[in-house]
Write a protein that binds this ligand. Structure first.
Ligand code: KG4
Ligand code: ZN
Length: 356
């Protein structure tokens, strides 16, 4: 084909992803190996284990994406790879592989910022123009930013402690939701969403975080602490052993999901009002883009929709498979950079690139 073609590589956390995309944004080939099941068993990501699994799978994942695309390495215009932020040991695997690859085939290298890739994924599907407001919520990320251009972001707020997906994962683990037959294969966040549907959020009162903070930052650690106290009290009251499921796990799930949703919605509301006051967003049809694993939560999305409806913003969310970590979003960021001629390294052999 006459189109330029990019190979995207993602290994920043626990997903080994690769994709081949042409400059029109068509995915020609893609492959993803998720380590989530392994990490679910150990109750969290052990960086050395993640590194080993990336090493074991990266060749296959990249070869599968290339084979599916029918594009040979020589036909590629560039290789785009996540270089930060993320787990250093995980990032290193994708980076090392990519640098060898671009040296072998003499291709330009495009270093990709993982968060920017998350933020721009939406433009693959919707024609959303800059500037727009973006909310990233996942197991490792929690931030609000104005996207002014492909490499121009204004950070409005971020989590002062942990990310909401991390909180939901830890609460799910503390509630032993993995023992529930309907939740055994779900991530913590998915398990909470599932059980919350069968629960009553009003059975437990959880204080919404940061009510006194007049900014757009987030905090979830205090909320998790509150939930742990509630669980301990219930376990004592019901005479339930730690590690057994509480009968009211569904009500606790509903309460924590609601409090996470309302905290995210309140901070987003503040960000929208700030942007309006400062004229940071377009006057007609300003947009809020929501991405990251937690963005697939329907309750959280509905709560955010109340905010965007009330402030006349359009709410856009990429499909779930693009919200979570994958190679396609990295390839897309590479295409966007190639189109604008930004951040392309042509002589990689002279550059020692180390992730921060
Ligand atoms: O984006 P992602 O795959 O990985 C990163 O953290 O970068 O997001 C995974 C996170 C996990 O914490 C998971 O519990 C959460 O997203 N998650 C959800 C849902 N699906 C995944 N949280 C709430 N509701 C969901 N439906
Ligand atoms: Zn991510």
């Amino acid at each position: 084909s006459h189109h330029r073609v990019v190979l995207g590589v993602e290994t920043s956390c626990d997903d080994t992803g690769a994709a081949v995309m042409d400059e029109t944004g068509s995915v020609l080939g893609e492959s993803l190996y998720s380590q989530k099941e392994v990490h679910l068993k150990t109750g969290g990501i052990i960086p050395t284990v993640a590194q080993r699994l990336h090493r074991e799978h990266i060749t296959t994942v990249i070869q599968q994406a290339l084979a599916m695309s029918g594009v040979t390495p020589n036909e590629l215009s560039a290789v785009a790879t996540t270089v930060k932020p993320g787990l250093a040991l995980s990032l290193g695997v994708g980076l090392e592989y990519s640098l060898k690859f671009v040296q072998q085939y003499k291709k330009p290298f495009i270093p990709i910022h993982h968060m920017e890739a998350h933020a721009l994924t939406v433009r693959m599907i919707h024609s959303v123009q800059f500037p727009f407001l973006v909310l990233l919520v996942s197991g490792g990320h929690c931030l609000l930013a104005v996207a002014n251009g492909i490499d121009d972001f204004l950070l409005l707020g971020q989590s002062l402690d942990e990310a909401p997906g991390d909180t939901l994962d830890k609460v799910a683990r503390r509630l032993s939701l993995i023992k529930h037959p309907e939740c055994s294969t779900l991530s913590g966040g998915q398990a909470i969403e599932h059980l919350a549907k069968q629960g009553d959020r009003l059975k437990f009162y959880l204080k919404s975080p940061m009510g006194q903070h007049l900014d757009c930052n987030f905090s979830f650690a205090g909320l998790r602490n509150q939930v742990t106290q509630v669980i301990i009290k219930k376990e004592e009251g019901e005479g339930v052993q730690m590690g057994q499921m509480l009968s009211c796990a569904n009500d606790i799930a509903a309460a924590v999901q609601h409090t996470v949703a309302s905290h995210i919605a309140k901070r987003t509301h503040r960000a929208i009002l700030f942007c309006k006051a400062k004229g940071l967003l377009p006057q007609n049809s300003p947009t809020l883009v929501v991405s990251g694993g937690v963005a697939s939560n329907q309750y959280i999305k509905k709560t955010l929709k109340i905010v965007t409806d009330a402030t006349d913003l359009t709410l856009l969310c990429p499909p779930s498979k693009f919200c979570t970590d994958n190679g396609v979003m990295i390839a897309w960021n590479g295409i966007e950079r190639l189109r604008e001629g930004k951040g392309i390294l042509n002589h990689i052999e002279h550059i020692c690139y180390e992730p921060k």
